[in-house]
Design a protein around this ligand. Structure first.
Ligand SMILES: [Zn+2]
Length: 512
């Protein structure tokens, strides 16, 4: 998680397309009942965003995507990416035109077989005007042919596409898809994916889900790799890792396929990477015991190259890890963090980026629970140490995890204070209620979206308590909250739990 253009985008969108979105996918207004409705209004353009409070132009209005078929050709020598993405969608309003979020050069767009015209607007808006009007409820097949050099396609000086010595990585949050496939780029619009990439033979391509067929030889000494994910997936959770990888396959205790991949460039970091990522199936089984059934069809992890990303991301079914996590030996904290996101962030996604605590607070608290399970420090000991380790006058306490601001969604406070907030909730409701709330949340919002307000309502329903104080104090109020025994803690700082060094190391690379 991390890395962005947020600052650049904030400036650039001031001059970008203006209107704010109406109608998130699946939230169309109900028709009036009792008498027939006669619609005379002319079809309207789909909105250029979904009204996200932090990123108003992310995603688009007027349609809901069901599936992306991303069929690409990539050449590591030149970083040239070309291909066709076929989008299966349904119109949620009568449309005169609609937007896709995309940056590469478009050769052509067809909508239900008919050629459409395109223009670009704002930072990342591709405006598609079909030759025939689209009516609400209509099925759409949108075929976009394109090509470009993603590493040279910059927004505010930045690209979310990482070119490496032996290939490339499309791994970034919250912006990633813009550089490799056209999309409705917001977690409110999830879809399934078929992703296939042709590369020179000898290069590996890793992506989400399972391989519906083995790599297939193509003319010109090339090989096409195919991946498929059948669970609803947010756009930023689709990924590509292209390069020299050692792929390790296995079957998890629950019968699912496990696909792990290790960059050949890892060298002496390789054993620590394997000692961490090879525990994936074990950690998934542990998580299922606490958070509810594992939501997806496959498991795994990708240990990226030494010149790739510097962070890690919870890409769906298969997180990707930068090399920095292995520099001081194995680190299961980061693996626990990214796998916990499969429940918190991936299956249950935020509905607006402001609610990032629902992702990062929970994934961070999972690290505390894992520490407790491993006998390396209880969650209470970690709370005490984390609480004491940020001085009262630290800027850390000025960031509110429930509304950190668009440039601070990956601030340390969202992670560490976010975990503290969950621990305070646990203390307030007791273990029985707390460990009932977590799987209830993942069950009720499985494959969908949720808000902090909905989580609070669920916690209050299960515990029977008014929890406004806990949420307001820990998520929405600046300053270090008092806790029982605050004075004593200040006088005698707690002993550092064994797991803290690994947790801090993981978070050092995750937060910004
Ligand atoms: Zn995270």
């Amino acid at each position: 998680m991390r890395r962005s253009l947020r600052a650049a985008i904030a400036v650039l969108t001031l001059t970008g397309a203006g209107t704010v979105a109406t109608g998130a996918p699946g939230h169309a207004a109900l028709p009036g009942w009792g008498r027939p409705t006669i619609t005379t209004a002319a079809p309207q353009p789909g909105g250029p965003g979904l009204g996200d409070t932090y990123f108003p132009d992310y995603g688009n209005g007027g349609y809901d995507v069901a599936h992306y078929d991303v069929r690409l050709r990539y050449d590591p020598d030149t970083d040239r990416l070309s291909g066709t993405t076929t989008i299966l969608a349904r119109a949620t309003q009568d449309l005169s035109r609609f937007n896709l979020d995309f940056l590469l050069d478009v050769d052509s767009v067809r909508v239900n077989g008919w050629a459409a015209t395109t223009t670009t607007e704002g930072v990342h808006e591709l405006v598609v005007t079909p030759s025939r009007t689209i009516t609400k409820g209509q099925d759409l097949t949108i075929v976009v042919r394109y090509a470009g050099v993603p590493s040279e396609t910059l927004v505010g000086g930045y690209t979310g596409w990482t070119r490496t010595d032996d290939g490339a990585m499309a791994v970034n949050e919250p912006e990633s898809a813009w550089w490799w496939f056209p999309s409705n780029d917001h977690p409110l619009d999830k879809a399934t994916y078929d992703i296939s990439v042709s590369v020179p033979t000898g290069v590996e391509v890793i992506s989400n889900g399972v391989q519906p067929r083995p790599p297939l030889a193509e003319a010109g000494n090339r090989t096409r790799w195919s991946w498929r994910t059948t669970s609803p997936t947010a756009t930023y959770l689709a990924f590509l890792a292209i390069g020299q990888y050692d792929i390790v396959t296995d079957t998890a205790p629950n019968g699912q396929p496990v696909v792990n991949a290790y960059s050949a460039t890892l060298g002496e970091l390789g054993p620590a990477a394997r000692a961490s990522v090879e525990r994936t199936a074990e950690i998934v089984e542990w998580g299922a015991g606490l958070f509810g059934p594992y939501p997806f069809e496959a498991q795994g992890g990708v240990a990226g190259p030494v010149d790739g990303i510097g962070f890690a991301l919870e890409t769906q079914t298969r997180p990707v890890y930068g090399p920095g996590f292995w520099r001081r030996g194995a680190n299961t904290s980061v693996v626990v963090h990214e796998l916990a996101h499969q429940w918190f962030g991936d299956s249950v996604s935020l509905a607006r980026w402001q609610d990032i605590w629902l992702n990062e607070g929970f994934a961070s608290y999972a690290e505390w629970l894992w520490s407790e399970e491993q006998g390396e420090g209880t969650a209470q000991e970690l709370f005490d140490f984390a609480y004491a380790s940020y001085p009262e006058d630290s800027g850390f306490w000025q960031v509110r995890p429930g509304d950190p601001g668009p440039s601070s969604i990956f601030d340390a406070a969202v992670y560490d204070r976010g975990a503290m907030a969950l621990h305070q909730l646990r203390l307030a409701v007791g273990d029985d209620a707390f460990f009932a709330i977590l799987p209830a949340w993942t069950a009720e919002h499985r494959y969908g979206n949720g808000t902090i307000a909905q989580f609070q309502a669920l916690a209050e329903r299960i515990s029977g308590l008014d929890l406004d104080d806990v949420f307001t104090t820990w998520l929405f109020t600046a300053g270090r909250p008092d806790v029982p025994g605050s004075a004593a803690r200040k006088a005698a700082p707690p002993v550092e739990p064994t797991s803290w060094a690994k947790i801090r190391e993981a978070h050092r690379l995750l937060v910004r």
